[in-house]
Write a protein that binds this ligand. Structure first.
Ligand code: SF4
Length: 380
């Protein structure tokens, strides 16, 4: 069953998952995640990176927990950050259990690589079952969430043998197995991700999984690549799914020095489908032979102004080089600039506010207008 939401997109109806004070699924806003690139045990660097990501708009943060030192660092990190923390654990259910004791709000595990020692993929075994059941008990006790993270790079051996490759069907078979395992033990605070670095497989896997139950989905294209390539792959993969109402939280994974790029990209993907209402959407033209103002500099300045003035809310701000499309865009925008020959017009809510403003004064006038209108209406 689907529920109506946000203009023309009906989001998939899901159960609710609670991660600290963030709720996902059940028609809650789609949460943005990122993952630290620091060594978790380097608490200074990790906290600094998380605080920067928080400032950028990150809702949930994940850190790698590959050993005891990382577990031991969690309390200090948790004390100094303001968003829920997810511990990312492979192979060792004991580390996952300790991370929950230290206060992690959620753990991300791939159960398939936890059921046999030394990370060997295998089908269920008695020791594996026991350790996962212990993990479930611990997560219930601490009211923590668990993400089952099925990944094309670490599919169980029996499924690889059956399907030949990590096909979408094989990934979904793994997801089904683990969701059932947790649900049979009455564990409900679940999130599922089914990631592939191959975008068509990732899309197909989520589409198939969407038919099998109501567990909220974490979307992602795994190992998506450097910023430019990765943003496009993520936008295509996630865009196709979000347009179908599939997806409750997401991470744009990028090979980047600046982790805030992941959050910026996620916000733009969500804005493009009307899912992100916390900050303005910028409409600007690509410039052409008709442009007679320095539009590139003006757009940069408008972006900086939005950031510096902390202008919030789902506003449309349009900056165009000439009047060819400007009147139509201005009608739809909350605030708009249309350039002319070394001058420009400013519009507010589709109506002309001031015309013939010299280029050097355009930004100042625009800022004056936005300040006068946003203080009472939009700024938070
Ligand atoms: Fe060219 Fe005007 Fe279109 Fe900008 S809005 S690309 S200046 S025609």
């Amino acid at each position: 069953m689907k529920i109506k939401s946000r203009n023309f997109i009906s989001r998939r109806k899901t159960a609710l998952a609670t991660i600290g004070d963030v709720k996902i699924g059940a028609n809650h806003p789609i949460a943005i995640q990122s993952m630290c690139s620091t060594k978790t045990e380097d608490t200074k660097a990790t906290i600094q990176q998380i605080l920067e990501l928080e400032k950028e708009g990150c809702d949930l943060i994940r850190v790698a927990v590959p050993h005891q030192k990382a577990v031991d660092a969690l309390p200090d990190i948790l004390r100094k950050i303001h968003i829920p923390l997810i511990a990312d654990i492979h192979y060792d259910p004991r580390l996952a259990s300790l991370a929950l004791e230290k206060g992690a709000h959620k753990i991300r595990i791939n159960p398939g690589n936890m059921i046999a020692p030394q990370g060997k993929l295998s089908v269920l075994n008695a020791i594996g079952i026991k350790s996962l059941e212990e993990l479930i008990r611990k997560a219930k006790k601490h009211k923590a969430c668990i993400r089952i993270g099925v990944n094309s790079g670490s599919l169980e051996k029996d499924l690889l043998e059956k399907y030949g490759h990590p096909t979408p069907e094989a990934l979904v078979a793994s997801a089904k197995r683990w969701v059932r395992f947790f649900q049979d033990r009455n564990f409900k605070n679940l999130v599922l991700s089914i990631k592939s670095s191959h975008v068509p497989d990732m899309i197909r896997a989520y589409e198939l999984a969407a038919k099998m139950g109501d567990v909220p989905f974490h979307l992602g294209v795994t190992e998506a690549g450097p910023t430019f390539e990765g943003c496009i792959k993520n936008a295509v993969g996630m865009g196709v799914l979000l347009r179908q109402g599939i997806g409750d939280t997401l991470r744009v994974s990028l090979t980047t020095h600046d982790k805030c790029e992941e959050v910026r990209a996620a916000k733009e993907i969500l804005k493009s489908l009307n899912f992100y209402k916390k900050e303005p959407n910028i409409i600007s033209c690509p410039t052409c032979g008709r442009t007679e103002i320095n539009l590139l500099a003006l757009v940069d300045s408008v972006k900086a102004m939005i950031r510096d003035e902390k202008i919030k809310g789902a506003l449309n701000i349009s900056v165009l080089g000439c009047t060819v499309n400007a009147l139509g865009e201005a009608r739809e925008a909350d605030f708009a600039i249309a350039g002319g020959r070394k001058q420009g017009n400013i519009y507010y809510k589709g109506k002309l506010y001031k015309s013939g403003i010299p280029e050097k004064d355009l930004l100042k006038e625009f800022l004056t207008l936005i300040r006068s209108k946003t203080d009472s209406q939009f700024k938070v």
